[in-house]
Every structure is written in structure tokens, then in C-alpha cells.
Design a protein around this ligand. Structure first.
Ligand code: 5GP
Length: 184
């Protein structure tokens, strides 16, 4: 889906598909540099990371493996609480593996910090983090993003895997929604 398909819903464009491709390449070059001789295990968190994972995985010139996890935050709040329930666990053992968590966006960082702790308790050899987007102004906990696409402003964005009420995930770019979309 293009921005022109949802022109009435998007207030501003944050990243075009071309810019996203640059961010994806930046992430992939960083991973290749750090893992020239091992086969890292890329772990995506469903559903938002699907597009980032697909593009980063295909951009890489080294062998990798892929696994997925689905989590949900406890509590009814739309704000991330940092307390996470595993809805779908990994299929592949992390023991002795070089793990790279692939995220669409790091907002408060609470989900990521929970994942880092959980994965280190499973005896991964190394754990790195790749994220297409980061909101530095929103971060509540200090988590390192080793491979970053872009820092963005503290707005709610959709597209390239990120949804509002499950829509807009298939938008090729990333944009800010018009307030009218929330109020209807
Ligand atoms: P955190 O634990 O870092 O606060 O939250 C991470 C998750 O919140 C992301 O994986 C994503 O699902 C969701 N999220 C955070 N910011 C945004 C945003 O701007 N747009 C959308 N669609 N989801 C977001």
C-alpha cells in the first residue's frame, strides 16, 4: 500500500520506502561486520517486526536463521507496562547462539529490556538488538540498540509493520496518522 492509497488518513510522512531501504541496509551492514563467521539467530517479535525482518534478512550477505516470538503486555493499559506474557515461544534453542532481536520500534524500551533479560537466562552466547525506529524522547529504560535505522520524534506512527487497530501494517512507508482517524 502506498501513501497515496491512504492520503486522507496520513498527516505527515516520516519515512519514504526509499529511506526505509537505506535504514535496512545500514542495519544489515552492521550485522555483517559483527558476525562474519557465525550464523546469528534473528528473532522477531510478532507482528510489527515482520516487514523489518523480511527486508533485513534478504539484505544480509551472511547465513542466518530466523525465529519468532509473540508476546502481550499484562494489563489493559495501551501503554507498555514492561510486564510481558509469552503468547508464542521460540522454536529454536538459544543456548550458545549469537542472538539478534529484530524490532520495528523501540518506544519506552520496556518490552526490549524484558526480552533481553529473558533471552540471557536461556544461555545465549551474545544478544544484540536491531531496530528500524527508535523514539529517544520516549525511552524509560536504558537499552542499547546495536543496529539502528532511524531516530524519530515522539509521535504515534504507522506503516511498515506498525499498526493502528491492526490496519496500516502494509503501508510501504512510515507516517503519522491524522487525529481524525483516532476519533472516529
Ligand atoms: P515499548 O515497550 O518499547 O514501549 O513498546 C514497543 C512496542 O509498542 C512496539 O513493538 C510497538 O508494537 C508498540 N509501539 C510503540 N510505539 C509505537 C508507534 O508509534 N506506533 C505503533 N503502531 N506502535 C508502537
Amino acid at each position: 500500500m502506498e501513501f497515496s492509497d491512504v492520503a486522507d488518513d496520513i498527516e505527515s510522512v516520516v519515512l519514504t520506502p526509499e529511506q526505509i531501504a537505506e535504514g535496512v541496509a545500514r542495519i544489515a551492514r552492521g550485522i555483517e561486520k559483527d558476525f562474519p563467521h557465525s550464523t546469528p539467530l534473528l528473532i522477531g517479535v510478532l507482528k510489527g517486526a515482520v516487514m523489518v525482518m523480511a527486508d533485513v534478512a534478504r539484505e544480509l550477505h551472511i547465513p542466518i536463521e530466523i525465529d519468532w516470538m509473540a508476546v502481550s503486555s499484562y494489563g489493559q493499559s495501551t501503554q507498555s507496562s514492561g510486564v510481558v506474557r509469552i503468547v508464542k515461544d521460540l522454536d529454536i534453542s538459544l543456548e550458545g547462539r549469537d542472538v539478534i532481536i529484530v524490532e520495528d520500534i523501540v518506544d519506552s524500551g520496556l518490552t526490549l529490556s524484558w526480552l533481553l533479560e529473558n533471552f540471557s537466562s536461556r544461555q545465549a552466547a551474545t544478544i544484540k538488538v536491531a531496530a528500524l525506529l527508535r523514539k529517544p524522547d520516549a525511552m524509560k529504560v536504558d537499552v542499547t540498540v546495536d543496529y539502528l535505522g532511524f531516530d524519530i520524534a515522539n509521535d504515534f506512527v504507522v506503516g511498515f509493520g506498525l499498526d493502528y487497530a491492526e490496519s496500516y501494517r502494509n503501508l510501504r512507508g512510515v507516517g503519522v496518522l491524522k487525529p481524525s482517524v483516532y476519533s472516529t
